[in-house]
Design a protein around this ligand. Sequence first.
Ligand code: IPE
Ligand code: IPE
Ligand code: MG
Length: 249
Amino acid sequence: MITKPSALQQLPADLDGERLPKHVAVIMDGNGRWAKLHGMPRFMGHRRGVDTLKDLLRCCRDWGIQALTVYAFSSENWGRPLEEVNFLMTLFERVLRQELQEMMEENVRINFVGNLESLPKSLQEEIRRSVENTRNNKGIHFTIATNYGGRQEIVQACRAIAEQVQQGLLQPQQIDEALFERHLYTSDVGDPDLLIRTSGEMRLSNFLLWQVAYSELYVTETLWPDFNREEFHYALRSYQKRERRFGKV
Ligand code: IPE
Ligand code: IPE
Ligand code: MG
């Protein structure tokens, strides 16, 4: 992993280590706009976005955040030009292959969420390998949403539950929030405390619809390739100023 030189190797003094979000989710948006701004083709933005992600993952580890979940490819992103989709799939595959060793050394536990069956077979194979190899790692829990759609996730959970009811294994009265959550892709990592979206868009774009019910939202105008440790520091500072009431007074 390349670490960009940064003064922020340790938790900044104005952050309270006891009140950090346990789980941070990120909608990594703005790669295309970043590339355009720099007079480059869109794919260069995606390439730079990978470097940003690598450093954010490291930063989470350095600062003591237990889980990071990122949106890498939405179920709607298939609608992009074929060359861009192909580029992204190849990029994911290559990055996974190149980084696995380092992830092992850094004790990262990798997981993927989304409808993985319709990804290219060779990518599925890299995914399977990285998940299997890192399964027993005890460091940061790193989840990558690929071909992910929140509505699709909810529908597949409903279908799985309905099948159990049909087979007589479950009574409809037994369906509650806890049971439903066990059928979501995120059952072992839970809900994010903080959801960050880069590049200014004020929408969820079908990301973690169920799980963000009580997440704190942070939107920055900064484009994803420019989202560095300092920007993450701002996001955490904003988070620590919030009062999470969960509907209470
Ligand atoms: C996010 O950047 C990366 C993916 C969705 C794969 P975009 O590619 O959406 O960049 P913009 O939003 O066009 O700038
Ligand atoms: C959301 O970004 C998906 C990812 C970051 C992977 P998009 O760029 O696809 O979202 P919209 O189209 O602006 O809603
Ligand atoms: Mg976008």
